[in-house]
Design a protein around this ligand. Structure first.
Ligand code: UDP
Length: 483
């Protein structure tokens, strides 16, 4: 790879435009931050190539300046959204994506490096254009990071979860040795503190349903740690004021010696607004929000992968209807595992919609929804992107984590940041739902609303001039330029 010695802001003056290659894991919650990162680097003058699978392929028409490369591996295993055991299906699918993309990615990258195929023909004749600086791949794509390094391309890993979650990844073998994992079913044990990893409790740790799935989950976690440890940098969509001690702990970790940690979040606030949505968002809900009073609407969405039983959907509907607040509910196709479409909603909810009290959509423009003045609370599964988006918007959260890192994210929301409440016992039952909505949106919810606004300010500070994340982006740009 060529090297340049330009400073962070001087790329435009440099004769060579450097190209950064990206390879997201093909899920919505991983694609969004990867495209946001690409947006940030593109706005700093880098050229962008995105490798992607056929499965969950991004829409290239939203990014006319980027160069897209289809890696046509055959990803045959069941996708998480199709499976009743989301953890097991996710780990199997991650391993399958790595396996199936290895050979085609190796071939495509070698050809691209040799022929610089991203350039339109006339530009190709110009000297010194577009040398490849590095590959930024999802930390779950170890095989592809290895391929890039073998072909001489430096690598960086993007982890799309929190710093705390990656700290859990690095501590996974210790937690197994100490007997925390695999977790046992007894509720008293699930409530026990993980002494080595506060504030987590045992029930917050991602766990698999079977011994075999636990082994596979350990493999995926250990591969992600290796992917980071063998890269030149770890990029995280978080910011210093949110996770200062977790970031400090990662920077002290001897297994990650030599890996620079770049906390450059909230990425969606730093990146120019473009869409990387796999589903078409229903923007009509924004018009409906325009007509609602300030902070009056409960926004309900459980992300792109979490599934519910039909009876949970029904209890959710009854609970929302019984709460008497205004609502915007995302009922995504596939929310009920094994069923293509959500079940019919109870009449009481249909009546609320018909009366104008609420709206149900298949997919929402979530960042805009959360930023809308009419939204007063967010009932969420606590995916990391949703959590960061809610923090930035100053919207208090009602948490029902489902799997993976979501329980840990909810722990931070409820116990550390205190900008949200847990749905009692995590149980979706109509009475508890209505009570929880009242608790977060009603008079008793002042404290979580106050904390939500404080966090919003610290997120804004982090991306302001001389804010921690703005400085980190400068450092990241310099780092890539030095590769
Ligand atoms: N999202 C969206 N519209 C919706 C629901 C979700 O645009 O109706 C976006 C949301 O803004 C977030 C991503 O999808 O960026 C979901 O990622 P997250 O990490 O919250 O959850 P996951 O889908 O990975 O479980």
């Amino acid at each position: 790879m060529g090297s340049t010695s330009t400073g962070a802001t001087a790329i435009a003056d440099d004769r060579r435009r450097r190209r950064v290659l990206f390879f997201p894991l093909p899920y919505q919650g991983h694609i969004n931050p990867m495209f946001q990162l690409a947006g940030v680097l593109h706005s700093r003058g880098f050229a962008i190539t995105v490798f992607h699978t056929h499965f969950n392929a991004p829409d290239a028409s939203f990014h006319p300046d980027y160069h897209f490369v289809l890696v046509s591996g055959d990803v045959m295993s069941p996708t998480p959204a199709d499976s009743p055991d989301t953890v097991q299906a996710t780990v199997e699918h991650i391993l399958a994506v790595n396996r199936s993309c290895e050979a085609p990615f190796r071939h495509l990258l070698a050809v691209l490096l040799a022929r610089r195929l991203w350039l339109p023909v006339p530009e190709q004749e110009e000297e010194e254009e577009d040398d490849v600086a590095c590959l930024v791949a999802d930390a779950h794509l170890l095989t592809l990071l290895d391929v890039a390094r073998e072909l001489g391309v430096p690598t960086m890993a993007l982890r799309t979860g929190s710093a705390a979650c990656f700290r859990f990844f690095t501590a996974f073998p210790l937690l197994c040795d100490k007997g925390y994992l695999p977790a046992h079913e007894s509720s008293s044990e699930l409530d026990a503190a993980v002494v080595e990893l506060p504030p987590y409790r045992v029930g917050d740790l991602p766990s698999a349903r079977s011994a075999a799935a636990h082994v596979q989950m350990g493999e995926v976690i250990s591969r992600a740690v290796t992917a980071v440890a063998t890269s030149t940098g770890l990029i995280l969509n978080t910011f210093d004021a949110l996770e200062a001690s977790e970031l400090a702990s990662l920077r002290r970790d001897r297994d990650l010696a030599g890996v620079q940690v770049f906390d450059v979040g909230p990425l969606h606030k730093l990146s120019p607004a473009t869409s990387s949505s796999l589903l078409h968002p229903d923007r009509s809900c924004l018009d409906w929000l325009d007509a609602q009073p300030q902070r009056s609407v409960l926004y309900v969405s459980f992300g792109s992968l979490a599934s519910m039983s039909s009876s949970d959907v029904e209890e959710t509907a009854w609970g929302i209807a019984g709460s008497s607040v205004r609502f915007l509910w995302v009922l995504r196709p596939g929310i009920v595992s094994g069923a293509g479409a959500p079940p019919p909603l109870p009449d009481v909810l249909d009546a609320a919609v018909a009366g104008g009290r609420g709206v149900v959509v298949r997919w929402a423009p979530q960042e805009e929804v959360l930023a809308h003045a009419a939204v007063g609370a967010f009932w969420t599964h606590c995916g990391w992107n949703s959590t960061v988006e809610a923090v930035c918007a100053g919207v208090p959260m009602l948490c029902t984590p489902c799997f993976g890192d979501q329980m840990g994210n909810a722990r931070y929301v409820v116990d550390v940041w205190r900008n949200g409440l847990m749905l009692a016992g995590g149980e979706v039952e109509r009475g508890k739902v209505a009570d929880a909505i009242a608790a977060v949106m009603g008079e008793g919810g002042e404290e979580v609303r106050r904390r939500a606004m404080e966090l919003k300010s610290s997120a804004a500070e982090s991306i302001g001039e001389a804010g921690s994340s703005s400085i980190m982006v400068d450092k990241l740009v310099s780092h890539i330029q030095s590769l």
